[in-house]
Design a binder for this molecule. Sequence first.
Ligand SMILES: Nc1ncnc2c1ncn2[C@@H]1O[C@H](COP(=O)(O)OP(=O)(O)OP(=O)(O)O)[C@@H](O)[C@H]1O
Length: 404
Amino acid sequence: MTTTMEMPRTETKPRATAEVVVAVRGLTKVFRDFWGRPKARAVDHVDFEVYRGEVFGLLGPNGSGKSTTVKLLLGLLYPTRGQIQVFGRSPRHVATKYRIGYLPEESYLYRYLSARETLDFFGRLFGLPARQRRRRIDELLEMVGLSQVGSRPVGEFSKGMQRRIGLAQALINDPDLVILDEPTSGMDPIGCREMKDLILALARRGKTVILSSHLLADVEDVCDRVLILYGGRVQAVGPLRELLRKPDRLRITTPVLSRPTLERVLEIIRAEVGDAEIRVDNPTQNLESFFLEVVERARKAAAETSGATVGTRVAPYLRGEAEPKAQPERILEKLTLPSEPVRPAAPEVPAGSAVDEARLAELAGPGPAGVTEAPAAAAAPPEREALEQADQKLAELLNRGKKS
Ligand SMILES: Nc1ncnc2c1ncn2[C@@H]1O[C@H](COP(=O)(O)OP(=O)(O)OP(=O)(O)O)[C@@H](O)[C@H]1O
């Protein structure tokens, strides 16, 4: 008989290095009304640090201050008090923004642009050269399982597909810090698993991930450390394993034992702790593993009976055929190849200046259609053709909007 004592789960990833990516001290945000009177204290004296290569969970019930904290980290809101440093600088600094990827809770996408055009648009915002943009778009679409629908307008996408394109968009600049707000919402269990594997793969490559979610099972699966907010204040922060461990309990897992052996073991334990403390049951797996097992069995059975496993429009990733771990790993490998610069050098801006004027000028074009203008002059011919098509499509839609 082999009897094993279950030890606290060890880290499956290398421990995060001590390099501090985000440092927050005494962070406070008070929203005020029109008259300047305090309306809501959304974040109240919050302190925490996030280290390079870790997955950090931001948890809390509705209205606890998570989104406000994220907006402060992104430099979209000014703190009322306290300091935030991201990569050692203000989050409002352009050089900092170049290193951050953000998946908002709601995807703000131009619904008439295709998935490919959407990624191209964001690639241009980061000033990626055409060749690098094309390569990354192909790889990202493959990674998020949307290669087959790359030319469909994102407005037609389901919620889960929008999450996927949102993730690809957040990764287009090969960010060092990725902030994901409810990344698995609307995704089916296979998509959720893929998303979680991808988050772990990113962390293994030294990326830092901040994850805000209500889905505690997802958080438990991927986070190294978590911070729990309530009423804008930190209620708990620390390594997940330590927060969840019950130091006054012990669990022993063994193969099924014969009745006499079990009686003997219980007798020994009873002699030490009495009756009340002992519980014997079968361990259970979580619903996600069970679901994935059932789907995998069904998929195999279908293959045996009909043989129809390839040739559909659905990406292998969506059919659950791809290696869940190998796939994102392989693509991240390609994305981080040293042959090409990982990201364009951030423009030199004077310290303290939070605005890249050139980029702002580009962004201040005539709405989404502006994206296709100035950069198109430098684009390669096939690309220019694609952009012209997008331009035309937008013009048509705008005209249609005016008529109706
Ligand atoms: N722009 C704003 N003006 C006034 N009050 C605000 C504003 N944004 C947030 N708040 C308030 O700040 C508090 C924290 O809100 P926040 O959106 O950060 O919570 P949350 O934890 O992200 O909630 P949820 O889980 O529902 O997204 C709430 O009381 C909210 O009403």
